[in-house]
Design a protein around this ligand. Structure first.
Ligand SMILES: *Cc1c(COP(=O)(O)O)cnc(C)c1O
Length: 362
């Protein structure tokens, strides 16, 4: 079967950095091979940099971003804990579902989609919640929320943050912002294929964790011994077979990002996003996310009146080999989502999309 080259300009996966793709062709290593363990250690060290953390427990979980969400809640929610969740899109909603399955008494703080999290409302929702959870970059709406403000006044609560679409795309400083538990994904701005969930948890949250969580696979207590975090002695014990080729690919992607430099990477995403958003507005299209809170890496734009959303996406794919996303939830047919993530955060990508849209909409 011939696989076409697609421009992946949707909400993820994005096209990978070339080095991340090339790494899949390297010889496969066993998951306890000393060379692989070194590769894993270096990967964890680079993940600390993109998270902005010194947390020893910073690891790539062997599954996609959603497993990161599961791991975050299943390891920290004790039966009956009050968990305040800021909900301003699909992923906030999903957090509520996951937290409830872990036995939390969930207190959702609902927002209109397209708006950022209202920090005051979230912080005053409950007198002393065990956990406050929020999505940094809501991929369903294209909105960025102020995590630093949440962290500054979280009190005794743990701050649990979804950074799937923000990591390596926009500024993220887990330690400075007071993030206790965070999870991400590889296929958005990190620019690596889907398959791993970069995860970080600080000592404060780890000490409060559930001793024997309902999930065996995502039990951080067991995973620690395997990934070798904080073990120092190198006493790795088998837990599951790490996807060694995926870790090698992530290693290459992170090296590429840190070689460019995080501030430069953030700046490249910011510039590409602005160029796209300006270009869409110049064409009379209306952006969906609230002004001043728009993500550069994920743009939401309203489908013009009289235009069929699916027809346009199909034409973009068939004629231009460009994938963009439909809207999420209630906005499935009224909003498009255009991603410029990782290697796609360039002026050339913006030109391609705008030219293709001009062609298809004409
Ligand atoms: C993509 C995404 C997820 C889910 O990640 P998967 O890799 O699809 O499991 C979670 N949260 C946000 C904000 C996302 O964009």
């Amino acid at each position: 079967m011939e696989i076409p080259h697609r421009h992946l300009f949707g909400p993820g996966p994005t096209n990978p950095y070339p080095g991340a793709t090339a790494a899949f062709a390297d010889p496969l290593l066993g998951h306890l091979d000393p060379v692989f363990l070194e590769l894993m250690d270096e990967t964890c060290a680079m993940l600390r940099q993109v998270w902005g953390t010194d947390n020893a427990r910073t690891i790539p979980l062997s599954a996609t971003g959603s497993a990161g969400m599961e791991a975050a809640f299943v390891n920290t929610v004790h039966e009956g804990d009050v968990v305040v969740v800021a909900v301003n899109g699909l992923f906030g909603q999903r957090m509520c579902d996951v937290a409830a399955r872990c036995g939390a008494e969930v207190v959702p703080v609902e927002h209109e989609w397209g708006q950022p999290v209202d920090v005051d409302r979230v912080l005053s929702a409950q007198p002393s919640p065990a956990i406050i959870a929020a999505v940094h970059a809501e991929t369903s709406t294209g909105v960025r929320s102020d995590i630093a403000a949440l962290g500054a006044d979280k009190g005794d609560a743990l701050l649990l943050v979804d950074a799937v679409t923000s990591i390596a795309g926009i500024e993220l400083r887990a330690d400075d912002w007071g993030i206790d538990v965070g999870y991400a994904g590889t296929q958005k701005c990190i620019g690596v294929a889907p398959g791993l969930a970069p995860f970080t948890i600080n000592d404060r949250a780890f000490e409060r964790r559930v001793e024997k969580p309902r999930s065996w696979y995502l039990d951080l207590g067991l995973l620690g011994g395997y990934v070798g975090e904080a073990s120092g002695s190198g006493g790795r014990t088998y837990h599951h077979t790490a996807p060694t080729a995926m870790v090698a690919s992530l290693h290459a992607g992170l090296a590429r990002i840190l070689d460019e430099g995080l501030p430069a990477v953030w700046e490249r995403h910011a510039a590409a996003g602005k160029l796209l958003q300006d270009g869409l507005e110049e064409r009379g299209l209306e952006l969906f996310a609230a002004e001043g809170h728009r993500l550069p890496e994920l743009t939401t734009v309203k489908v013009p009146d009289g235009v069929d959303s699916a027809t346009v996406r199909k034409a973009l794919l068939e004629k231009h080999s460009i994938e963009i996303g439909a809207g999420a939830g209630a906005y499935a047919s009224s909003v498009w989502r255009i991603g410029l993530m990782g290697p796609n955060a360039t002026p050339e990508s913006v030109e391609l999309i705008l030219a293709a849209l001009d062609d298809v909409l004409a």
